[in-house]
Ligand binder design. Structure first.
Ligand code: PHE
Length: 382
């Protein structure tokens, strides 16, 4: 076994030559100085101080040196590593300070910026109108009832005593929903109106649903969207809104209906308002009437008075509101209510029409276009 070579000269080990150590140190210092951010510095740190860095490798070489050479080499490498670590810490502190200063600027919150420049949304006037009408009845103890817009033909027509050949059942008046296709790919019950499913043409089917769901006495108010095959123009829209009222109890008469209607128009339009009934026909009420309310603008004074024409009622003194009547006993029977014991009244009218004459809206299309300039003047009523 050979003895250690006493004359072994550490400078002959390439990695431990002073100029090599200096070069490694200077490269590390240059890399730290060049690191523009903390990520880059982290990379430089790994490259120049990590386990595989040139100085770490040089350090490992010391162990192989003869004992007398170890001290000098150790000092050389140790000083270089000390300088490198110091430079690293200095650059680290510098970059962290820069980052902190930048974050303070970038994430600053200007508490003086205006916070209220986003315009508040507005509820659609049809919604607020519908709720306002419903509230009149809720405050009288009525309950809100709802039904589906895609409705069984039975509820929309049959239960309401519409005969099988009633014109409303035809395709030119009612949207029929396409039925499922046959298993063999055949067309299925659809365009000939035999699917048995329609888009409800009025809110009256909720009457039938409410009666089937509850035991009398029943007092319900049913606001909702309805559909008819009308073209969209200034006074028609294929989708519109109605509000329906139904009261079924012992001993209700036409006088209760009239009093309820008067109370509604007085709540909505003023204490001196009243209604009048004109005979009409609906399959589901008997007797049936068309209900008019006194023109709330001229209070009837424009009639026969050319000096004071009224735009709201076209100088007729009355404004047509909707339909009403005593619930037809056949409807009560169809819904499992004994017509010998109970009677009821119902009425229904369109919200769009009410909005038109109450707010002088001349074109119904304004109500469906969703332009906020139409909605905003009605205010943000909740
Ligand atoms: N459903 C009727 C319509 O759409 C209105 C109505 C409701 C009539 C209740 C009488 C009773 O025109």
């Amino acid at each position: 076994m050979s003895a250690p070579n006493k004359s072994y000269d550490p400078v002959e080990v390439e990695a431990l030559k002073p100029e090599e150590i200096e070069r490694m140190r200077d490269e590390a210092l240059a890399a730290f100085a060049a690191a523009g951010d903390l990520d880059a510095l982290q990379e430089a740190k790994v490259a120049h101080t990590g386990g595989a860095s040139p100085l770490a490798l040089a350090n490992r070489e010391i162990g192989a040196l003869p004992p007398h050479a170890k001290a000098a080499a150790g000092k050389l490498v140790g000083q270089a590593r000390g300088a490198v670590n110091k430079a690293l810490a200095g650059r680290q502190a510098e970059l962290e300070a820069e980052r902190d200063a930048r974050v303070l600027v970038e994430e600053a919150v200007d508490v003086t910026l205006p916070h209220d420049r986003v315009p508040p949304g507005a509820r659609h006037p049809l919604t607020t109108m519908m709720e306002r009408v419903a509230d009149v009845f809720v405050s009288m103890g009525y309950e809100i009832a709802e039904g589906p817009e895609v409705e069984a033909e039975w509820f929309n027509f049959d239960a309401l005593n519409f005969g099988p050949d009633h014109p409303a059942r035809q395709m030119q008046d009612t949207f029929f929903v396409q039925g499922p296709k046959g298993a063999d790919g055949s067309k299925g019950a659809d365009s000939d109106g035999e699917s048995g499913v329609v888009l409800r043409t009025h809110t009256s089917p909720v009457q039938a649903r409410a009666l089937l769901d509850r035991e009398p006495p029943v007092y319900v108010v049913c606001p909702g969207r309805v559909y008819r095959t009308d073209e969209l123009d200034a006074t028609h829209t294929p989708v519109f809104h109605q509000i329906e009222l139904l009261a079924v109890d012992e001993g209700l008469t036409m006088a209760d209906l009239k009093g309820t209607l008067d109370h509604m128009v007085q709540s909505l339009f003023g204490a001196d308002m009243k209604t009048r009934l004109r005979p009409n026909y609906f399959p589901f009420t008997e007797p049936s009437a068309e209900m008019d309310m006194l023109c709330y603008v001229c209070k009837g004074e424009s009639v026969g008075n050319p000096d004071r024409p009224c735009r709201t009622c076209s100088s007729e003194g009355w404004i047509e509101l909707g339909g009403c009547g005593m619930v037809n006993p056949r409807v009560l029977t169809a819904c499992g209510v004994d017509p010998e014991k109970y009677s009821g009244f119902a009425f229904g009218f369109g919200i769009e029409r009410m909005l038109m004459f109450r707010h002088n809206v001349e074109d119904m299309r304004d109500m469906v276009e969703g332009d906020v300039r139409f909605t905003r003047p009605f205010g943000m009523e909740i």
